[in-house]
Each structure stands twice: as structure tokens, then as C-alpha cells.
Design a protein around this ligand. Structure first.
Ligand code: ZN
Length: 294
């Protein structure tokens, strides 16, 4: 009996992109299998049509999960850390992707966190509960910390949300004084934090500037690309404040389209870098062109 070739070929989700004198590496952590029932603000029939028109599954939609590695200009920087070992088997691939880059976990100097949801911070600790990036400073948006980590925050949260608060608190606690809470503005040389609230109260994008080039890593502005570019008012049920999330999404998409600026997202289809253009009343995604030569 022959073995399936896919079973024998390692497939780390890694794609390096050149950005000025830095390299930004898209790291794929895997995907979540979701349901279109989580989409809010647009009629279900239209949601299904958009998803099908985007050649994406209506019955078992996948939400891609990415993180990004920034090389050059100091110690390697990770932007978000993936789901880690505690999630479904379709996730948790980031350590393998990082290994394929030749970067050891103890070489990571900084982890920039977009927000404190599990698919972004679960990978901060290993399966054994020990911190995964022992020499890293972990930068958490001030407004995220205020929302998730405040005294009594878990007690005030609805029952279904309590586990998320507990998890955020324990992951942050594991890093002790390696945590740095940061507001908007420059968090590292050439890296600016920009508040993009709604999905969570302190949800934050990071703009990487290198030479004349820049890249906006926008976190969770879009979860379902086939739906939310065309209809940016469409939110997801795990948005903490759906109306604010939709307003933030429209503003960021509008600006990216006007400026023709390069963007990347944690839930954009891998390898996750590209542009936004206006398309009728909504927007459309334009993937960046990748080349092995640069
Ligand atoms: Zn997310």
C-alpha cells in the first residue's frame, strides 16, 4: 500500500516578504473550522452567496490563522503567537513554521500582541505550560489589558466568556515582568501601534516602516475575506462591540484603498499580504505578488 505523498511532505506555512531592509514572514498557524452563523449584520442568504462566490465552503468555512515574524533591525519580532497547543488539531502549527525559518523561540526579542483572544496568544505558552518565548518582552495594548485583566473583569463577564478572561489572565501572568503595556505610538523602532477597537476594546494594528515601505498588520479587521471586504458592515459574533468593529473596519479599508498601502491580516487567506481596492459600495482584496527573487 502506498503512502499518500501529502503525509510524507512537511508543509510549514512560511512565506517571507521583503519590506525595505527588513523581511516580514507570514507564518500560518492553521485554520479554524467555523460556521457562517457567526456572521452578523448581513442577511444569511447574502452571506452564503458571498462565501460561495469566493469559492469558500458555505457548510464548513475555514478561518485562516496567521502570525507574522519581522526580521532585521534587531532581535526577531513576532506579531501574535497563534493558538498554541490547546486548540483544535487544525491549529498550532506556528512553532513548526518558526523552525522552518531557522529562528529558535529563545531568539525572539519581542512579541507584539494585537489582542487577547486565544488564537493570538494561546501560543505564548507551550503544551507544558512554560513560556514559549523565554527571552521575549511581550507588548500588550494598554486598552486590552484594561479590559481583560482588570480586577473583577472575569466576574462581570457573561458565563460563556469567563474562560477567555481566565485564559488571558493566566497567559499574561506567565510572562510576569516581561509584559509591557503600551498605548498608541512607537512601540519598537519603526513599529507603530494603532488602536483599531471594536473586535475587542483594545484591538491594535501595527504599522511596520522600513525605508520607504510600510506594512499595516491589522490583526482581526477581517475574519472572512469572501464576505467582509464586499460587506464591511458584516461582523462576527465574537466581536465585543460589533458596531464599533464595523466602523473601524470601514475606516481602515477606506484608508488602505485610498493610500494603496500594503496590509496583512491574521485571518486573511495565507500568505496574507496585499492591498485593498474599492469595489462598488464595498471593497475587494488584491493579493501582493510574491517572488523568490526578492
Ligand atoms: Zn482572531
Amino acid at each position: 500500500m502506498s503512502t499518500s505523498p501529502t503525509a510524507t511532505i512537511a508543509r510549514p506555512g512560511v512565506l517571507p516578504w521583503t519590506l525595505g531592509d527588513r523581511v516580514v514572514v507570514a507564518l500560518n498557524d492553521g485554520h479554524l473550522v467555523a460556521s457562517l452563523g457567526l456572521v452578523q449584520g448581513v442577511p444569511a442568504g447574502e452571506v452564503e452567496c458571498l462565501q460561495a462566490a469566493g469559492y469558500r465552503s458555505v457548510e464548513a468555512p475555514r478561518i485562516t490563522v496567521n502570525a507574522f515574524l519581522i526580521l532585521g533591525g534587531g532581535a526577531p519580532v513576532l506579531v501574535d503567537a497563534g493558538m498554541g497547543a490547546g486548540g483544535p488539531g487544525t491549529l498550532g502549527r506556528l512553532p513548526e513554521a518558526l523552525r522552518a525559518c531557522g529562528v529558535a523561540p529563545d531568539e525572539i526579542g519581542t512579541v507584539l500582541v494585537t489582542h487577547l483572544h486565544s488564537d493570538h496568544i494561546g501560543g505564548l505558552v507551550g503544551a507544558d505550560g512554560a513560556i514559549a518565548y523565554p527571552n521575549a518582552e511581550v507588548v500588550i495594548p494598554e486598552a486590552e489589558a484594561a479590559y481583560w485583566l482588570a480586577d473583577g473583569a472575569e466576574a462581570r463577564a457573561p458565563e460563556a466568556a469567563k474562560a477567555g478572561f481566565r485564559r488571558a489572565k493566566s497567559l499574561v501572568a506567565a510572562y510576569g515582568d516581561r509584559i509591557r503595556r503600551a498605548g498608541e505610538g512607537e512601540v519598537l523602532p519603526g513599529v507603530e501601534a494603532i488602536l483599531a477597537p471594536g473586535h475587542t476594546p483594545g484591538h491594535t494594528a501595527y504599522r511596520i516602516q522600513s525605508g520607504t515601505q510600510s506594512l499595516l498588520i491589522w490583526g482581526d479587521v477581517v475574519h472572512l475575506p469572501a464576505i467582509q471586504f464586499a460587506r464591511p458592515e458584516a461582523g462576527v459574533s465574537f466581536d465585543v462591540d460589533g458596531a464599533t468593529a464595523a466602523a473601524t473596519r470601514k475606516r481602515i479599508l477606506d484608508r488602505a484603498a485610498a493610500e494603496r498601502s500594503l496590509v496583512a491580516g491574521m485571518h486573511l487567506d495565507f500568505p496574507a499580504l496585499g492591498y485593498v481596492r474599492r469595489d462598488g459600495a464595498g471593497f475587494a482584496w488584491v493579493p501582493e505578488q510574491w517572488s523568490a527573487a526578492s
